[in-house]
Design a protein around this ligand. Structure first.
Ligand SMILES: Cc1cc2nc3c(=O)[nH]c(=O)nc-3n(C[C@H](O)[C@H](O)[C@H](O)COP(=O)(O)OP(=O)(O)OC[C@H]3O[C@@H](n4cnc5c(N)ncnc54)[C@H](O)[C@@H]3O)c2cc1C
Length: 340
């Protein structure tokens, strides 16, 4: 029996556990995978995400990023962040930094896959392969394909076009200190410097998008012949919908609580804001307040990212970068809202 169980030991699950320990709760994290975890991700930690991690006592090493640059057919729109810098951080590096902080604070770690869950007025019970674990509360942080979300009946049917993300790293000197988003005809190529000799390139697009062809169309002059420094990894469908974020003593956070798209690179910033809110509501014994706080924390992400994805799927797609270029104040204001 513990006060809080966290299902999923990705960045948001570990952050939830750290947040809970800092609030004085006993907490255990259940993670199905062993060792250091990597994942398909653009790996750009926005200035707001870095500030939130620093508040938790976590400062992962990486490569500083000064802003966001949109590119298409000779057009470009650059916006340097007004407050602070972002950072390109490899996911295993982020995992180790969060794990160390969690261990330092005495977070209990359980290796196992959450497959069964029941709850009553007092507690939540999770059944792993050979044991049952009970807690007063559970936060489901088990990612895009959340089992917890399904088990408590909070999933909503998928809607809209399905998009996927693919990523790989190249052993090459970063050529920019901006995250570059190259808008090709039907996919976005998202370049994040993550080290002195390491650049991550993610491709976002429809099922079946050819990674190598898309990357070489957008960046042939930059990466031709550069050796790979990681395997190709994918994730998706990106859009995941939920009908609510709280069911009794179970709260959802991170990608498990619903996800729009990776296009604006702020899943981690939003997830960190969600777990801060979830722990606040648990400590206050008021899980229903989380619903309101979740909506506030995700409003910009839901509105702006959905809007941009819809525009990208419309005939106006080819006008996005020229428009951002000709309206620098509007483009800058949108980047600032998402970077907070
Ligand atoms: C291509 C791409 C690019 C992206 N780029 C960016 C970016 O630049 N910046 C940014 O901030 N965000 C980005 N994102 C989003 C970001 O990757 C996610 O928002 C983030 O990983 C969410 O973290 P999480 O902990 O909620 O989920 P995850 O990272 O998916 O972690 C979930 C964890 O739960 C575990 N788990 C799952 N099921 C169970 C179970 N039943 N029992 C126990 N454990 C379980 C998994 O093993 C995993 O470790 C990108 C996403 C994609 C796909």
């Amino acid at each position: 029996m513990t006060q809080l169980l966290v299902a999923g030991g990705g960045p948001i699950g570990l952050a939830a556990a750290i947040e809970a320990r800092l609030a004085g709760l006993d907490v255990a994290v259940i993670e199905q995978r062993h060792g250091t975890i990597d994942k398909a991700c653009g790996e750009g930690l926005m200035p707001g995400a870095l500030r939130a991690l620093n508040r938790l006592g976590v400062d992962p090493v990486g490569r500083d990023i000064r802003g966001i640059s949109y590119r298409r057919d000779g057009h470009r729109a650059d916006h340097p962040f007004a407050h602070g810098t972002a950072r390109g951080v490899r996911r295993p590096v982020l995992h180790v930094a969060l794990s160390r902080r969690a261990d330092e604070l005495g977070v209990e770690r359980i290796e196992g896959k959450v497959g069964l869950l029941s709850q009553d007025d007092e507690s939540v019970t999770v059944v792993l392969r050979d044991e049952a674990v009970r807690a007063n509360w559970l936060i489901g942080c088990d990612g895009l394909h959340s089992t917890v979300r399904d088990l408590v009946g909070l999933a909503s049917p998928p809607r809209g076009r399905r998009r996927f993300g693919l990523r790989r790293h190249f052993a090459i000197e970063p050529w920019s200190d901006f995250v570059e988003v190259h808008w090709t005809k039907d996919a976005e190529v998202y370049v994040t410097p993550v080290g002195d000799h390491n650049v991550g390139i993610a491709v976002l697009g429809a099922p079946g998008t050819d990674y190598d062809r898309t990357v070489s169309t957008a960046l042939a002059d930059r990466i031709d012949g550069a050796p790979h420094s990681s395997d190709l990894r994918g994730a998706g469908p990106l859009r995941q919908r939920t009908r609510a974020r709280t069911a009794g003593r179970v709260l959802l956070a991170g990608d498990a609580s619903g996800y729009v798209d990776a296009l604006t690179g702020e899943g981690i910033r939003v997830g960190l804001a969600q777990v801060a809110a979830a722990v606040r509501c648990i400590v206050a014994g008021d899980p229903q307040a989380y619903e309101r706080e979740w909506r506030t924390a995700t409003r910009d992400f839901r509105m702006l990212t959905s809007g941009l994805v819809a525009l990208g799927a419309s005939p106006a797609r080819r006008a996005i970068v020229p428009l951002a270029d000709s309206l620098p104040r509007t483009y800058g204001a949108i980047v600032e809202r998402l970077a907070r």
